[in-house]
Design a binder for this molecule. Sequence first.
Ligand SMILES: Nc1ncnc2c1ncn2[C@@H]1O[C@H](COP(=O)(O)OP(=O)(O)O)[C@@H](O)[C@H]1O
Ligand SMILES: [Mg+2]
Length: 375
Amino acid sequence: MVKFTNVVKTYGEHVAVKNLNLEIPEGELVVLIGPSGCGKTTTLKMVNRLIEPTSGDIFIRDRNVMELNPVALRREIGYVIQQIGLFPNMTIEQNIDVVPRLLGWPAEKRKRRVYELLEMVGMEPDIYASRYPTELSGGQQQRIGVLRALAVEPPLILMDEPFGALDPIARETLQDELKSLQARLNKTTIFVTHDMDEALKLADRVVVMNQGQVVQVATPEELLRKPANDFVASFIGKNRLNGEALQSVEQIMLLNPVTVSPQLGLAEGLALMKRRKVDTVLVVDEDRKLLGGVAVEILDREHKRAKTIGEIVTQESPLPTINRRASAKEAFDMMVGEKLKYLPVIDENNALVGLVTRNSMVDALASAVWGDEGE
Ligand SMILES: Nc1ncnc2c1ncn2[C@@H]1O[C@H](COP(=O)(O)OP(=O)(O)O)[C@@H](O)[C@H]1O
Ligand SMILES: [Mg+2]
């Protein structure tokens, strides 16, 4: 979906981005992380041409961004920044509606879209549509910024420390929301942060940058288990996963299992599984509540009879799950005792937080026994 080839950005003598090569597949949420000044914002802004590269190319769906009209380009890319900049003298509805109006959507369709978006994040449209930004909390304003970016369903969304200015509780809420939106909408997203917890929570893949260069590209699990060098290790922070602390199931689980919504069509489900190279997907609703799991064989078998994943997931017998507070040992015993291939990890509200697989368990045990050194 997005491809950087040998991208360089210099300011005079200063090299902000050094020879960046990166490919982001359709539907992936990639997090760029690194210390202040490492080139994250520059990288992001080169995608929607707020900054032009000194050399190298950036492609969006095989189109070179430098050959596209920048205004048209920006309209098809959602952009969310920290200082969200809602228009103070416009209502929430008008704020969300900015781009649809620019694109000349009919009034009725625009209104429907605004209401649908507000409902999606649990903000009652009849209450909030007519309010002004100053009547909203910081977290609510930022949420409107996210909705505004989603309004015309852009295929690509860029987010630059969107939750950086929020208090920890609002930040966590918006992270959870983004994650559940992402599970449903499957939008290609490039998300910038300097907060490792945020990166690990949200990312399909994390791109660690330092001094204008990519240091490591890895899934959250790989990053925790095998930091590429000392810089990454110290950036992750110590004691996240080490031998003596291998106690809770949270430490051995995968953080981003492949999930689908029950509304997803079977063909799309099959395509997603192929793309992500998995043979089972977990089905979750808007609140990330776990509805069940569907294996690729079932999808294949049922694809003539059923239309959506929701129709076939309920036929499966209830899935064994484990609570996030359980110990790693309990997970191990369940996997072995019940001969499970995988074990979803849920929180108190039955929402999916991770997945233990045979591989994730073996990896965690191996690094606990032998450490990550010299692998
Ligand atoms: N307009 C500019 N002129 C000169 N240097 C700049 C400019 N914009 C950014 N830089 C420099 O480029 C580097 C990368 O900046 P930036 O991409 O904003 O970093 P990050 O978002 O990771 O904090 C920094 O050293 C910054 O000082
Ligand atoms: Mg920045």
